[in-house]
Design a protein around this ligand. Structure first.
Ligand code: F6P
Length: 319
């Protein structure tokens, strides 16, 4: 392989820049040229290409966001767009691609690989919702960002003898809520993987208050309902003082943690080592502290994981 492309796609995640830097420098050290593609798959269709040199990735390992910009390209599910993308990449001599993104972005990588364009996926999403890898890039930093806010909210909640619902990201995956709920000492964690009715939530909070808790935190994954809906219900149905906070997009930004800088660097280095061997159609991940890779079709077919053991532990330690 002589020339490879790199793009970031879907929601940005802290650590993406560390991965870009590792891909660019590893590829150049292996004698390959690197093309940066701007704004994800849309950038391939628009031919938004720029050459990436060693110095083009200086001073970015510590930065959040993605220097290549990102986008969600709805049209990329169409065969016609995928063929056009391959044509545009081949036209400038590209013969391999690294895609950094989440589940939706990996579907695009899978389609390109299946149509004969070797593509490697790096899991970059704060949601931690790719079952084949223990962790995705950005999850650790996003959790730390939430924790900073959660700790502050706890201060004011306990001063006011109040229960606060904190809505975090995660439409289909409750991992951010689960991990930050445990690490932030939440009284309750509400996630899409464990169905709970509003009445059951109310009952648990009343029980907590009867057991002597005068304040507390409820960490809620956005996929379940909005914090506002739940707050209004609990205000109507109980005598407890209830407030709600939505942490929102701050979760996706900020300086990547040491862990995400390491993961990004290791993922990027590994992705290029595969392309160097002319291997495509793979996704990289981490398992038991080791960087691993899997066939993209097999990886995407693995059912979503959920750490029931952690959820069970959370219910005990929050008593
Ligand atoms: O997939 C990452 C993510 O941050 C989700 O947690 C969240 O639901 C979604 O993206 C938000 O997307 P947007 O930035 O398009 O509002």
């Amino acid at each position: 392989m002589k020339k490879i492309g790199i793009l970031t796609s879907g929601g940005d995640a802290p650590g993406m820049n560390a991965a870009i830097r590792a891909v660019v420098r590893t590829a150049i050290c292996s004698g390959m040229e690197v093309v940066g593609i701007e704004r994800g798959y849309q950038g391939i269709l628009d031919k938004s290409f720029r050459p990436m040199g060693m110095r083009s990735v200086s001073d970015i390992v510590q930065r959040g966001g993605t220097i290549l910009r990102t986008a969600r390209c709805a049209d990329f599910v169409l065969d016609e767009c995928q063929y056009r993308a391959i044509e545009n990449m081949r036209e400038i001599g590209m013969d391999g691609l690294v895609v950094i993104g989440g589940d939706g972005s990996f579907r695009g990588a899978q389609a390109l690989s299946n149509k004969g364009f070797p593509t490697i996926g790096i899991p970059g999403t704060i949601d931690n919702d790719l079952a084949y890898t223990e962790f995705t890039l950005g999850f650790h930093t996003a959790c730390n960002t939430c924790l900073e806010a959660i700790d502050k909210i706890r201060d004011t909640s306990s001063s006011h003898d109040r229960f606060t619902i904190i809505e975090v990201m995660g439409r289909h995956s409750g991992d951010i809520a689960l991990y930050t709920g445990i690490a932030g000492g939440a009284e309750m964690i509400i996630i899409p993987e464990v169905k709970q009715t509003f009445s059951e939530i109310k009952k648990s909070l009343i029980e907590a208050s009867q057991k002597g808790k005068t304040s507390g935190l409820v960490v809620l994954a956005e996929g379940v309902c909005t914090a506002d809906e739940l707050m209004k219900f609990l205000q109507r149905e109980t005598d407890l003082s209830i407030r709600a906070t939505v942490l929102g997009h701050q979760q996706r930004g900020g300086t990547p943690s040491m862990r995400d800088r390491m993961l990004g660097t290791q993922f990027g280095y590994h992705a290029v080592s595969l392309l160097k061997k002319d291997v495509g159609n793979r996704v990289v991940g981490i398992s038991k502290e080791k960087i691993v890779d899997y066939d993209i079709d097999e990886a995407l077919a693995i059912p979503r994981k959920f750490r029931k053991d952690l959820y069970k532990m959370a219910n005990v330690v929050s008593q």
